[in-house]
Design a protein around this ligand. Structure first.
Ligand SMILES: *Cc1c(COP(=O)(O)O)cnc(C)c1O
Length: 365
């Protein structure tokens, strides 16, 4: 038997997601140490101390299955967001909610519309169901072209992803633009507004996406504890949807998809106001610093409402930074071979990146 003949063609043809290189792998390959990783939009502050304490306490109970309903976290979050408990769906990262959406909505012949370049998981979850991704190019400012996206919706479209702020560009859309888009869209498609980075956004007209969940059935807002809450390694994210959509997602998920440690850590992190304030302040000054320094070097950067900065450094800069122990994210896989994405680090890590980049520039000059 040839396995390749029986595995589904749409799975066989999948291009795997390429994660940022782990520090350990880079150091092993290059024989270096003391490198910095600014490649995966992780929190430079480490986890919230409150979350760590909660995890330590819960460790003694990991022989028990988790609470499949995430009762405590659900209650706390529903109060925080002023939504019904039945509107929340938790997943092993927001990634799992993306996959559940694809699972309940998409099959061969169905289309999913999203902007491109955008989050690398979108084409993977769509193709993984044998459905067709419809990738709508960002506009000239690398912002979602919402008019073009609306025009790309056909009778085959089941799902639309809107990534705001957008990864890997950091650009965002404002309330007026989102409102116009949502109110013109067909009622027969589900819209997922991916707000993985919303807590970092500083523009004053950043949309209130949750209000659309209340106004439009078939709308879901995705959030994660991986970025602003610093819990990427525990894998927990969630969706806020109208109760009917949330119910379908609940049926499709595994009963214990969110692990016990993630549940308690997320609940504790929600209460850690100090951490939230610290990380958003640190991030804002980091985005400003990196943008300023890059512009100083004559490098084009884009306005970022996220915890990373997109820069047009020219090709090969990713490899040259690696040799100096600075790991950023190359974007060749997005058709942007001249660009890199730099996650905001601690001030000294950001400075280390800028120094390394200056050295590369000096050698080239
Ligand atoms: C990081 C990210 C997610 C999900 O992250 P999880 O770790 O799976 O919660 C979702 N969308 C975007 C745009 C992201 O960048």
């Amino acid at each position: 038997m040839a396995l390749k003949d029986i595995v589904k063609a749409h799975i066989r043809d999948l291009e795997p997601y390429q994660p940022g290189k782990p520090i350990e792998a880079v150091e092993r390959e290059l024989g270096i140490s003391g490198s910095v990783k600014l490649a995966s939009n992780e929190s430079p502050l480490g986890p919230s101390p409150k979350a760590m304490a909660a995890v330590q306490q819960a460790v003694a109970n990991i022989h028990r299955y988790p609470d499949g309903a995430s009762f405590d976290l659900r209650r706390k979050l529903s109060q925080r967001l002023a939504v019904g408990e039945e509107q929340l769906v938790f997943g092993a990262g927001a990634d799992e909610i993306l996959e559940l959406l694809a699972k309940i909505l998409l099959g061969p012949g169905d289309e999913c519309v999203f902007a491109w370049p955008s989050f690398a998981m979108y084409p993977i979850v769509v193709r993984g169901m044998g459905a067709t991704p419809v990738q709508v190019p960002l506009d000239r400012d690398l912002v979602h072209d919402l008019a073009a996206m609306a025009a790309s919706v056909t009778e085959r479209t089941r799902l639309v992803f809107v990534c705001n702020p957008n990864n890997p560009t950091g650009t965002s859309i404002g309330a007026d633009d989102l409102d116009r888009f949502m109110s013109t869209l067909s009622e027969d498609v589900v819209v997922a507004i991916d707000e993985a980075y919303a807590d970092f956004a500083r523009r004053r007209d950043f949309p209130d996406a949750l209000s659309w969940v209340a106004r439009r059935p078939g709308t879901i807002v995705l959030r994660t504890f991986s970025k602003v809450f610093g819990l990427a390694g525990l894998r927990i994210g969630y969706g806020v949807a109208d109760p009917e959509l949330a119910d379908y997602l609940q049926r499709a998920r595994h009963p214990f998809n969110v692990n016990r440690l993630a549940e308690v850590a997320a609940a504790a992190a929600l209460d850690d106001r100090d951490y939230l304030e610290k990380i958003t302040r640190l991030n804002a000054s980091g985005v400003d610093y990196l943008s300023r320094e890059l512009r100083d070097l004559g490098i084009e950067v884009w306005p970022s409402d996220a915890n990373f900065v997109l820069a047009r450094t020219g090709s090969d800069v990713y490899e040259k930074l690696l040799l100096q122990g600075v790991i950023v994210r190359p974007l060749g896989g997005f058709g942007m071979p001249d660009h890199v994405r730099i996650s905001v680090g601690l001030p000294e890590e950001n400075e280390r990146f800028v120094k390394a980049l200056r050295r590369i520039r000096e050698v080239e000059a």
